[in-house]
Design a protein around this ligand. Structure first.
Ligand code: NAP
Length: 398
C-alpha cells in the first residue's frame, strides 16, 4: 500500500488523500502563506514567483549537511570540482524510459552502471553498456556505491521496501530522481538505515528535452543526509558531477521548496498538455508559432506515462491548489469575455437611434490574485459585467 502519512500529516493513505483532494479545497500552500510584498503579483507574470527565496525544508537533526539560510542556490562549485574524475559503481533501480536515458550518459562518462527493474531489460541494457540484473539480491551483492531510484512515483515505496538493503554496504548513497521531492525524502528517512547517505534530486528535463545534451538544463538536488567524512562528501559530489560535467545548471534547493515551485510550473505544464491533448489538436496549413508551441507541449507531456502525471498530482501536496487556480482562471477569462460582450450590447441598446458608435476597450485587464491574497473564488457574472473600472467607453456617452 502506498502510504503518504509520512508527509501528509492529515492523511494516512494515498486513497484517503485522493478522496480528500476531490472533495475539499487544498490546504493553503505554505510558499504563498505570508509572502513578501513584492510577491503579490498577478498570475499572468508567473515567472516572478521564481524569485521566491524560501526557508529550508529539513530539520537540522535530519541533515548533517550545512544548509544556507536561503535554501535555493545556484551552485557554481563545478569550477572547483571539475578536475575530479571519480568513477562510481551506480545501480539504477527502475530501468524504464528515464532510467535508461540517464544510464546512457553515466555509462558514456565511464561509470560502471548496473540496473534492475521489474521487467527484463537485458537487451536494452547491453546496447548501452549497462550490466543488467534480473534479481535484486544479485545486484545488491555487487555493493554499488550509489543506488539511484528511477521507479515511478507510485511504485517507489513498494520497490524500496522490497530491496534487500541488508546486502548493501553499511555506507551506501541512496539517491532518487522522482519528480516530486518531499515524498522520497520522507520515505528514505523513514525506511533507510541511518548509515546510508541520502541525496534527493530532480533532473528538470527528460528524454525529449534532454535528447541533444543536458547543457544549461536545471538539475535540482537536496543533500538530505550526507555524512561529513571525506569519503562520503566526495562520493556525493562525484555523483553530482555526472550532471555538472554534462553541463547541467545545478540548483541546490530543499525538497519542500522544490515541490512548491514544481506544482506552480511543472504540474501546470503537464496539466495544460493533457487538457490540450483531449482537444486532439491538428496541424493546419497556417500554424502560428504560438500554435506550434501548443502542439509541442502536447507532444512533450503526453509522451510521459500517465502514471508519472498522476504522481505529480497525488504526491505533491501543492498540486491541488494549482488545479483550483487553473479552474478559477479559466472561469475568470470566460467571464471577462462575456462581461465585455454584455457591456457592449448594453451600450448599443442605450445608443439605439443614435449614429454614434460605441467602442469599448480594456483599461486594465482583470488581475488574477495570488493565492495568498484571494483563494480562488468565482465572481458572479453580473458582478463582473458591472465592473466599470475594467471597461472604458471611448467615443461613447458614458
Ligand atoms: P514512470 O512511468 O514514472 O516510471 C517507470 C518506471 O517505474 C519503470 O522502471 C517501471 O519498471 C517502474 N515501475 C512502475 N510500476 C512499477 C511497479 N508496480 N513495480 C516495480 N516497478 C514499477 O516513467 P519514467 O519516465 O521512466 O520515470 C521514472 C522516474 O523518473 C519517475 O519517478 C519520474 O518522476 C522521474 N523523472 C522522469 C522524467 C521524465 O521526463 N520522464 C524526468 C525527471 C524525473 P518496469 O519498466 O520494469 O515495469
Amino acid at each position: 500500500m502506498i502510504s503518504l502519512s509520512s508527509f501528509h500529516p492529515s492523511s494516512t493513505t494515498a486513497t484517503a488523500t485522493a478522496a480528500t483532494a476531490t472533495t475539499h479545497p487544498p490546504q493553503q500552500c505554505p510558499a504563498f502563506s505570508s509572502p513578501p510584498s513584492h510577491l503579490s503579483l498577478p498570475l499572468r507574470h508567473p515567472r516572478q514567483h521564481l524569485v521566491v527565496r524560501c526557508g529550508g525544508g529539513g530539520s537540522a537533526s535530519e541533515s548533517v549537511f550545512n544548509r544556507d539560510s536561503a535554501a535555493t542556490r545556484v551552485s557554481n562549485d563545478h569550477l572547483d570540482v571539475s578536475k575530479r574524475d571519480v568513477k562510481l559503481k551506480i545501480a539504477i533501480i527502475g530501468f524504464g524510459n528515464f532510467g535508461q536515458f540517464l544510464a546512457k550518459t553515466m555509462a558514456k562518462q565511464g561509470h560502471r552502471v548496473l540496473a534492475y527493474s521489474r521487467s527484463d531489460y537485458s537487451r536494452a541494457a547491453k546496447e548501452i553498456g549497462v550490466e543488467y540484473f534480473t534479481d535484486a539480491d544479485d545486484l545488491c551483492e555487487e555493493h554499488p556505491e550509489v543506488i539511484l531510484l528511477c521507479t515511478s512515483i507510485l511504485s517507489t515505496e513498494k520497490v524500496l521496501r522490497s530491496l534487500p538493503l541488508h546486502r548493501l554496504r553499511r555506507s551506501t548513497l541512496f539517491a532518487d530522481v522522482l519528480s516530486v521531492k518531499e515524498f522520497p525524502r520522507s520515505l528514505f528517512l523513514q525506511l533507510l538505515p541511518k548509515d546510508f547517505d541520502i541525496l534527493c534530486t530532480h533532473p528538470m528535463f527528460g528524454p525529449d528535452s534532454g535528447k541533444d545534451g543536458w547543457g544549461g538544463l536545471p538539475f535540482v538536488f537536496d543533500k538530505v543526509r550526507v555524512g561529513s567524512d571525506q569519503s562520503r562528501t566526495s562520493r556525493a559530489e562525484a555523483f553530482l558531477d555526472v550532471f555538472r560535467n554534462a553541463g547541467c545548471r545545478m540548483v541546490e534547493m530543499s525538497c519542500v521548496d522544490h515541490d512548491k515551485h514544481a506544482a506552480g510550473s511543472q504540474f501546470i505544464t503537464h496539466m495544460m498538455g493533457r487538457v490540450l491533448e483531449k482537444l486532439a489538436l491538428e496541424n493546419t496549413p497556417i500554424n502560428t508559432k504560438g500554435y506550434e508551441s501548443l502542439l509541442n507541449l502536447v507532444d512533450n507531456t503526453a509522451r510521459d506515462s500517465f502514471e508519472l502525471f498522476y504522481g505529480l498530482f497525488l504526491y505533491n501536496k501543492n498540486a491541488m491548489e494549482q488545479l483550483d487556480r487553473m479552474d478559477w482562471a479559466f472561469e475568470m477569462v470566460k467571464k471577462q469575455l462575456s462581461g465585455y460582450l454584455h457591456d457592449l450590447v448594453r451600450k448599443q441598446l442605450m445608443l439605439e437611434g443614435n449614429n454614434d458608435q460605441a467602442e469599448v476597450t480594456f483599461d486594465k485587464p482583470l488581475m488574477l490574485p495570488s493565492p495568498t491574497i484571494n483563494p480562488p473564488q468565482i465572481v458572479p457574472s453580473a458582478d463582473m459585467a458591472e465592473k466599470k473600472h475594467d471597461l472604458v467607453v471611448v467615443n461613447g456617452t458614458r
